[in-house]
Ligand binder design. Structure first.
Ligand code: SF4
Length: 320
């Protein structure tokens, strides 16, 4: 919403609409819902559930201003829509989603970090947008973005397409769908982590061979980046526990495959929340005091890992 965000891996947050419907255990303490309740103004924040109001953002010029500023400064900025799921299934979201994809096309100096818990619906949502845009003359610039993404297998270079997973079951469901989708960069948000996930199988490209010796098969690409985090207390509700070993395992898997990992926070309920600092004699017991566990200086040193992926050139956006 604002120019400044507390999310350490992006520069700005901006959502095309506000509101969502919960789909899995990771949604229980949805930050966007807690924020909506706190402000108690559905017109400005949206509401939750399939019948709730989805309020459309009133300021679509803001990302255009960020884009111009980024171009002038010769830098790129990462923008994250934090108050919606951009692939949510609703008839009233087809038009705003089309407008959003148009906006992405008009802001080439911004990298849009699109995150969903519904990757299996990518194709159908994009076809809905294409049908909607097909009825317009002249075609808006975003039409070509959608048409080529969908039909030519090319993906916009300024979209980092990601899925959110909270445990192994959701990782098994959502990451294969992510890897089937053409994208310049594919990433996973493992936050709130609610159980261990073995990411190793998705961190190297895999070749799938065809049925016969002459069939070259195809390559399934790898995940390019993982963000890890424990849950934060929200709206007076206590966060579920985050075993810091889940972050350790993810960092180890990333190192082994040379995939960048970003440990964002240990959450409000890290287990354990104290640790022994072995760099001193005698050892000193350190405590995670920050209410979101978001201060790296309070973490065991091996967890202080906040790496970003290298931005790929447009040619890499072609499907494998
Ligand atoms: S999908 Fe995301 S935005 Fe939607 S309810 Fe779940 S956590 Fe909230």
């Amino acid at each position: 919403m604002g120019d400044v965000t507390g999310i350490s891996w992006c520069d700005h947050t901006w959502s095309p609409w506000y509101g969502c419907t919960k789909v899995s255990p990771g949604c229980k303490l949805c930050y966007a819902e807690a924020r909506s309740r706190r402000f108690k103004t559905p017109a400005a924040t949206g509401t939750w559930g399939p019948d709730g109001v989805r309020s459309i953002n009133a300021d679509w010029d803001k990302p255009l201003r960020w884009d111009r500023a980024a171009a002038k400064a010769g830098v790129r900025r990462r923008v994250f829509p934090s108050l919606c799921d951009w692939l949510e299934d609703r008839d009233d979201l087809v038009e705003p989603r089309a407008r959003f994809l148009d906006l992405i096309q008009q802001t080439p100096n911004l990298d849009w970090l699109l995150l969903t818990k519904r990757p299996e619906y990518f194709l159908i949502r994009m076809y809905q947008v294409l049908e909607h845009l097909d009825r317009q003359e002249p075609k808006p610039p975003g039409y070509w973005n959608v048409a080529t993404w969908l039909e030519a297998g090319w993906a916009p270079a300024n979209v980092w397409y990601g899925v959110s997973v909270e445990d192994q079951e959701r990782a098994d469901q959502r990451i294969p769908a992510l890897l089937e989708t053409p994208a310049a960069l594919r990433w996973v948000s493992y936050e709130p982590a609610l159980g261990p996930v073995d990411f190793a199988q998705w961190l190297e490209p895999a070749t799938v061979f065809g049925p016969g010796p002459d069939d070259p098969g195809f390559t399934v690409p790898a995940v390019d980046w993982i963000v890890v985090g424990g849950e934060s207390d929200q709206g007076g509700e206590k966060a579920r526990p985050f075993d810091v070993d889940w972050a350790r395992q993810t960092v180890r898997a990333g190192r082994a495959a040379e995939v960048p990992i970003f440990v964002k926070q240990l959450g409000s309920n890290p287990r354990p929340w104290t640790w022994w600092d072995e760099s001193t004699t005698p050892y000193v017991e350190r405590v995670v005091r920050d209410k979101k566990g978001g201060v790296p200086a309070e973490w065991p040193p091996e967890l202080r890992v906040q790496d970003f992926p290298k931005r790929k050139e447009a040619a890499d956006a072609q499907p494998a």
